[in-house]
Design a protein around this ligand. Sequence first.
Ligand code: BG6
Length: 499
Amino acid sequence: QNQSTVSITVVGASGDLAKKKIFPALFALYYEDCLPEHFTIYGYSRSKMTDVELRNMVSKTLTCRIDKRANCGEKMEEFLKRCFYHSGQYDSQEHFTELDKKLKEHEAGRISNRLFYLSIPPNIFVDAVKCASSSASSVNGWTRVIVEKPFGRDSETSAALTKSLKQYLEEDQIFRIDHYLGKELVENLSVLRFSNLIFEPLWSRQYIRNVQFIFSEDFGTEGRGGYFDHYGIIRDIMQNHLLQILALFAMETPVSLDAEDIRNEKNVMKEYIPIQVKVLRSMRPIQMEDVVIGQYKSHTKGGVTHPGYTDDKTVPKDSLTPTFAAAALFIDNARWDGVPFLMKAGKALHTRRAEIRVQFRHVPGNLYNRNTGCDLDKATNELVIRVQPDEAIYLKINNKVPGLGMRLDRSNLNLLYSARYSKEIPDAYERLLLDAIEGERRLFIRSDELDAAWSLFTPLLKEIEEKKRIPEYYPYGSRGPVGAHYLAAKHKVQWGDMS
Ligand code: BG6
């Protein structure tokens, strides 16, 4: 171990993601003693900057999550001393060769392991990978590259990207991040299901009426309109974050916690039947009539006017790009036949939240449905996994109201993380960066999984775009288009977050 070193190069170091997420996550890992003894961090981007300037920039973004601890400032100083900067073009072999020389100096003859985090626009992924792999990859250790979505815009462009990347890297060197998979409550989903006796036996069409995956943000595109307009909410959130969670939720029991065993139970590859991919491939093509799209418009509340989506200067005035979508999906397999999996994702809604809601079936012949305040339609059990904010898991149950009469109400069995655990929850990027350094691939997206995800959404996206489907407009800060209720009602479902 002492003979090896890890060099982490953040390509696109002056960008927003690097500043807000990657450097702070690396620092948190350092603080928690999770980084290897010998490591160096390089920021790489086009701007001219000295090491000191990079350190100043990074230091402003390090939120000492652990600032209650005395030595936080000291740790920050130590960490910053391990950060360096190299200015270069993303498509320049020469500049990556210069970086290679600098990395070698730090590595001082040890086994060199190199991790490149591509925090750059997708149109320059391939050039950067080409240069990094041919001019700056490790000669005696591993070289890994983390890439983050968008992985194309549809099946064709995604396949072309994968093909180009594979000219320079093996599949096991590519770490495709979906940061939702690094979120604590998403990681906990399998623990909840597979290490408690009471959930897994209920995890099927026999007991579950429907499952809902809800993502909402209480702010609009805010400066990201240019990027967003090219993708829209379906590509930005549904095709990846929500679909990944769905696959984890619905997969069969994996043989073990081994990355390949898990990812196999989430798809179907030629030589063997894989599991996470298998779920995705069992999904019924999404029907246009099972999809609602929306776009937020300007709204004034309490004297404050919030701009509409097309008021963003980087968005074309006539844009039809959805900022909201709701969809009903189905998995045609023995476990889930007929169970609606509803997804809802939107920007500029009334609240920020990400959650999974599992609504169970009615109690057959419920003895308590008369004159007890128990409304059969509403009184089903519901398991809620609140991914953020205020992480929590709660189960809605029917309970007798204390007293001499017989009245029921719905109460929660509640596991609120802030009340139960004193330790702060690590950011998703911390877990994923650590996994990439350790070569743990469980939470990263394999190319067959990516293909399956695109196969599901590409026909729908084409139809929406070719037919120029008009989104339903909703006011900024509202609960979104009414159409989402009709969609749920069509499948005999009520959105859990609306009740
Ligand atoms: C990103 C999307 O993947 O996830 C953004 O591109 C979105 O549009 C973000 O705001 C949400 O992430 P989080 O972790 O803040 O919920």
